[in-house]
Design a protein around this ligand. Sequence first.
Ligand code: NDP
Length: 328
Amino acid sequence: FKRIVLASRPKGEVVPENFRLEDVPVPALKDGEILIRNHYLSLDPYMRMRMEDVKSYAAPQPIGETMIGGTVGEVIESKNPKFTVGDKVQGMLGWSEMGVSDGVMLRKLDTTHIPLSAYLGAVGMPGMTAWYGLTQIMQPKEGETIVVSAASGAVGSVVGQLAKLRGCRAVGIAGGKEKCDYVVNELGFDACIDYKAGNLPADLAKATPNGIDAVFENVGGEGFDACLARMNPFGRIALCGLIAGYDGQPMPINNVRAFLTMRLTMRGFIVSEHMELWPQGLRELGTLVAAGRLKFRESIADGLASAPDAFIGLLKGRNFGKQLVKLA
Ligand code: NDP
């Protein structure tokens, strides 16, 4: 089967040559192991950070080894009593058409009411990220205004919809008219600002007439700065991502003074460090998706070989919704 390894670390922007496609033999299973055919690979912005050898919350991706990544697939052979052939499972089997697991981090999935791929999106790590930042850090009350950047994406789309369900005014920031129209018309946000249109501060002011009570920050840069200037007293900021700076772009913040004058709180978080809350969050997200009350959209690249280009596209905003690679 085929897998993709990290060939070299990026200098600035990621390029296809940072990856290498390899053929590897199917390994013989040891007792306790499970062989899985991956149906979908999740591509996520955090992978960009792992490609670098710098101090971070996790160890860097080793060169020459299978690129890290979340997967969903099907058990095709099992020497583990907890898993049988045909089980649908979610794991971290990487950029690979197949994978072997010892079962410890493998989760069995029920696809009766939830499509398999959603377990990599709204009912998986990205959905959980939205849920954590919203419920644990932003804690918005009914009637408050929240803003989320990368609003049409895997995480952002869930943040706004959960906020609406809690009675908030939800405002998104996204790149381009098509994404903004989707965020308002399909996802039900109250407004969405196209940062590429060039009037970000003025458009944000119009969309947040009562100021901003809480921000879910995915991007950094000018959108974040514009939000700071609109914050209400004791506003909360969940710092989830800074994708506009992942290739090393500088990100000056001009409105630092708002932290003082508005007594703001900002907290960064890594969703995988809060596993104790995942069952609760995933239950809420799964119920909403199964009932059709939480919508999501996917960009699906075809075949493992397309993963590097799709990943580079994700870092440039070419995806529209959760970026996946279809493998089987
Ligand atoms: P998305 O589906 O939102 O895709 C990324 C989006 O980011 C793009 O579609 C694009 O949207 C936007 N983007 C890309 N480059 C830029 C840029 N230079 N400037 C502005 N916007 C840009 O990805 P996810 O939902 O998976 O991730 C969203 C954020 O959440 C990321 O920052 C990620 O690192 C973070 N994250 C953090 C976690 C945590 O535990 N802290 C866990 C999971 C995700 P547009 O076209 O609208 O600009």
